[in-house]
Design a protein around this ligand. Structure first.
Ligand code: NDP
Length: 482
């Protein structure tokens, strides 16, 4: 067996007695490598090193933070083809999406490089004559970052970049399904001029090393992206220590198709939003809420477009939909197909496992029609290449259905009416609203997040990120202080 790739702890790569295998979901015969699983002692060392390194980093001021972030961002963009290929190989998204993700990760770093120089703060006139007040933002300290497998480079990038930009140390626990991407990003960060221990990678199972990390009283803030159930546990662990916490979780994003929509555009937007990334996106459109007047025509075009999608090996040219990420995910997806059928939904296409030249977790993208809001397939996040059409009689009904789940991440409407679009933007209970655009696909310089069960705590990304990664301090100085 080739030597396992280690964890990056206190400024050095470290082996571990426990390792896992990482295999390509497009071809399970393709072994990507073996990866160390951090022991409790590794985590304890990382936490101690982070605490010391953070003080040094904070003292260095904004210029080195800017320079380091620029260098990381540039390296990611320069190497997006190579690292994107590795990402697609281990996660299963088509190559163009993998390369695009790594490039985007680079953009997060260069954007936050500039933010490192912004140094927000206020000088405020006191109500007491002569007293001077300033309000400044300081680093929070050590930030624990726990990330999922579906965007294994971009999600950590949009957390690590602001953490470092605002003077914090980082302990990163990536998803165990995508360790190669985590190591590639860590190698770039480790090559920078950072205080030893400022950035640490601890790979391992969420239920063991992840749980220990979020329970640690040495952690000052936790940024988590993942499922609602795990997020709930992370929040409970954070509250026990009064640790600052930010959670981005599940979703059930609606795309409303109105009677005045451009139907061809609506179909291409729906297909992109429902099946991009094999439907394994927190922003995926898994509920298509369609006005009765255009329902049949829309569904006919949607099914034709879905059947035309090319499902295959993520690295093959021409592949539009890669495999789902794992055997367990495929089983869960097929179980949802069975659940939909059992509840009376009509399966118009897809929903079965596909055989390809290589042994992988391929599934035909599925469209359910005749669904109701009460069905599990319309209430639970599936994280699958499955979308469900619900027929509605009016815009008001569509809005009610769109807002009718506990989630609220993204929501979209397809319409030619500016008045309807404006009404939907105002009344959608979601964190991001898209008009005539896919529910998936967001920019990197503006806030991202949701409401209800989708998000908890301050927003991520853009200038709003400063809220989570800094602590506010208000200082008063008496007049004539020597
Ligand atoms: P999980 O919640 O299973 O895992 C997310 C991360 O948490 C992984 O690193 C996992 O480790 C870790 N983890 C698991 N258990 C614990 C624990 N007890 N304590 C600490 N950490 C733990 O989600 P998935 O990886 O399956 O990702 C899919 C989910 O992510 C979906 O629900 C999706 O909606 C959500 N998501 C949300 C986004 C958003 O911005 N709202 C964006 C992208 C995804 P490991 O996997 O190694 O066990």
């Amino acid at each position: 067996m080739a030597e396992a790739v280690g964890n990056f702890v206190a400024g050095a790569w470290r082996r571990s007695a426990k390792v896992i295998e990482n295999r390509n979901p497009s071809d399970t015969a393709d072994l990507i490598g073996h990866y160390a699983q951090a022991e409790p002692g590794d985590l304890d060392d990382a936490l101690a090193a982070a605490e010391a390194a953070q003080r040094v980093w904070a003292e260095r001021g904004p210029q080195p933070r800017h320079d380091v972030l620029m260098a990381i961002g540039q390296a990611l963009m320069d190497r997006s083809a190579e690292i994107g290929r590795l990402l697609s190989r281990e996660e299963g998204k088509p190559l163009a999406e993998g390369v695009g993700e790594v490039y985007r990760a680079g953009q997060f770093f260069t954007w936050f490089a500039a933010e490192a120089l912004r140094q927000p703060g206020d000088w405020v006139e006191s109500v007491r004559p002569g007293v001077e007040i300033d309000v400044r933002r300081e680093p929070v300290g050590t930030v624990a970052i726990v990330s999922p497998w579906n965007f294994p480079v971009a999600t950590p990038a949009w957390k690590i970049a602001p953490a470092l930009a605002f003077g914090n140390a980082v302990i990163w626990k990536p998803a165990n399904l995508t360790p190669a991407s985590a190591v590639a990003l860590t190698e770039i960060i480790a090559a920078q001029d950072l205080p030893k221990g400022l950035f640490n990678l601890v790979m391992g199972a969420g239920s063991s090393i992840g749980q220990r990390l979020v329970e640690s009283p040495m952690v000052d803030a936790i940024s988590f992206t993942g499922s609602v159930d795990v997020g709930r546990g992370v929040a409970a662990a954070a509250v026990a220590n009064m640790t600052k916490v930010q959670l981005e979780m599940g979703s059930k994003n609606p795309l409303v198709v109105m009677d005045d929509a451009d139907l061809d555009l609506a179909v291409s937007v729906a297909v992109n939003a429902a099946f991009g990334g094999t439907g394994q996106k927190c922003t995926a459109a898994s509920r298509l809420i369609v006005h009765a007047a255009v329902h049949d025509a829309f569904v006919e075009k949607l099914v034709a477009a879905t059947k035309a999608l090319v499902v295959g090996h993520a690295l093959d040219e021409g592949t539009q939909i890669g495999p789902v990420v794992s055997e367990a995910q495929l089983k869960a997806d097929l179980d949802y197909i069975a659940a939909g059928l059992a509840e009376g939904a009509e399966l118009l296409c897809g929903g079965e496992r596909l055989e390809r030249a290589t042994q992988g977790y391929f599934m035909a993208p599925a469209v359910f029609a005749g669904t109701t809001a009460a069905m599990r397939v319309n209430r639970e996040e599936m994280f699958a290449p499955v979308t469900c059409v619900q027929k509605v009689a009016s815009y008001d009904e569509a809005l009610g259905v769109a807002n009718g789940t506990p989630f609220g991440l993204t929501a979209g409407i397809m319409t030619r009416s500016l008045a309807r679009a404006a009404h939907f933007k105002r009344h959608s209970k979601s964190g991001c609203v898209m008009v005539n655009l896919p529910t998936a696909g967001t920019d990197y310089h503006v806030p991202f997040g949701g409401r209800g069960a989708s998000s908890f705590g301050p927003r991520e990304q853009g200038r709003y990120a400063v809220e989570f990664y800094t602590a506010v301090k208000t200082s008063y100085v008496a007049p004539g202080s020597p």
